[in-house]
Ligand binder design. Sequence first.
Ligand code: SF4
Length: 273
Amino acid sequence: MPIQLTTLSQSSLQDYNDCPRRFELRYLQQLAYPAIETEPALENEKHQREGEYFHRLVQQYFIGIPAGKISRLANTETLQRWWENFINFQDLAGLQDLSGLKTEITLSAPLGAFRLIAKYDLIASDGNKFFIYDWKTYRKRPRTEWLAVRWQTRVYRALLVQAGAHLNGGAPIQPEQVEMIYWFSEFPNDPARFPYQAEQFKRDWDALTRLAEEIKSASDYPKTDDTTKCLYCPYRSYCNRGSRAGDALDAELETEAEELFDINFEQIGEIEF
Ligand code: SF4
């Protein structure tokens, strides 16, 4: 029995965009993953766990736990490398001077019949500009053009404009005040930066509104025509789209999904409009 969906996130929107059938299976039917997403499975699982752990280490850093203490918790070779890359990240010194640091903050705003929700790794402000940082532990640096069109890049900036006034002393945040930065733990000197403009915000919010209407009125959820999407998809066995898993390095870009159900709804800050 499909559930009544009340929230949308960058992951569910990306899934709907990539394959409506995957959106249906993951978010409406909430099916557990029946197939291994990628090969080699164990190695990939370890990488995923290290990625989650790394996010926790960074969060502890921003709530004021000394770097030396956290370093001792980075207890694998990979975590040590990421941690060293992180503390040597040139923006970090500047970030510590900023007063408005919000880590692991969740924002939400109404979007048609839904609420749009996003959980941010870090929002930093110098009192004028707002910098959205997202830590990525990809083994392969994605192309900047690929990131530019991802729903995460569009949703995170648009939602900060739409629902972030309480971070700006109650005044609306203008698109030009916002910049999103993906920092890659394996490629520390090559972050991807995305400033924002009023016309981009308008385009994004209009597109989000249209997509929410489409999802609300959808009655069927076709499988994607692009079968390369199926290579990394955990629902392959439901769709007769092959049993062999795709390559892990490509898959981590294609199937990354934040755990919507982890979001603590009491932490959500929002501005009604
Ligand atoms: S296997 Fe392919 S068609 Fe089926 S849900 Fe996944 S991406 Fe969609």
